[in-house]
Design a protein around this ligand. Sequence first.
Ligand SMILES: [Zn+2]
Length: 88
Amino acid sequence: MSGPPATRPCEGHLAELVDYIDGDLAPPALEALEAHIEACTCCSALERELRERIGLVKQAGRPEVPGDVRARARARVQALLAEARRAR
Ligand SMILES: [Zn+2]
């Protein structure tokens, strides 16, 4: 697939968002991402969606989010971004 040039900063946050919700993001990046989520409706929607998915796994008593769940969450985020782009 050939997308437009990298003018969508949100795509750069995908991996960070997953790490953030998984509790893996360390302070400097963590604070920057939290500030971005506050300001960005796209990322706050993604954050909510991811939190639901990953939160369900954590509530099931698993200390770590399995790799396949993270992979699916990432795929879901990419789909959401595509939807958000089309809606604009
Ligand atoms: Zn964003």
